[in-house]
Ligand binder design. Structure first.
Ligand code: DQA
Length: 148
């Protein structure tokens, strides 16, 4: 069974209490449970992580690259949070690994502040999803299944 690696960046540990009018009231643990159900449906093993640290996310993308090289990775779903809009390092890490990666945002970043309209992740991603709320994570797992 291949692994779906779901990576969450800074402040996503605050889901549930963080700007609920933007991100909803479900916690990151709720999102993980949602992803677990979606992965069971699609025959993936779930590996679900969150970090507030850019370098940790880079290290995890490199780990994904090694899994990919071994044929054990279905793909990565990345909600890089604010690093989406700032991180050349994450862009380079994705490009350097050759992994299949879906960029995900809970909110519709294009309907928000101008500084959220640019993404360093998008040019390195296979697909981009935004604005589906936390249910977007389940939709992204289904999309990953369609890419196998
Ligand atoms: C986010 C959107 C980003 O602009 C923001 O910095 C986040 C969350 C989203 O899921 O909608 O932290 O990635």
């Amino acid at each position: 069974m291949k692994t779906a690696l779901i990576l969450n960046g800074p402040n996503l540990n605050l889901l549930g209490t963080r700007e609920p009018q933007v991100y909803g009231s479900q916690t990151l643990a709720d999102v993980e449970a949602l992803c677990e159900r979606a992965c069971q449906t699609h025959g993936f093993t779930l590996d679900f992580r969150q970090s507030n640290h850019e370098g940790t996310l880079v290290d995890w993308l490199h780990e994904a690259g090694r899994l990919h090289a071994q044929g054990k990775l279905a793909g990565v779903i990345l909600n890089a949070g604010a690093y989406t809009h700032t991180s050349v390092a994450l862009h380079d890490a994705i490009k350097g690994t050759g992994i299949t990666l879906i960029e995900l945002h809970i909110s519709n970043v294009h309907a928000r502040e101008a500084f959220r309209h640019h993404s360093y992740i998008s040019p390195a991603a296979k697909a981009v999803m935004a604005g589906f709320g936390v249910n977007g994570y389940a939709l992204a797992v289904a999309a990953l299944a369609g890419m196998q």
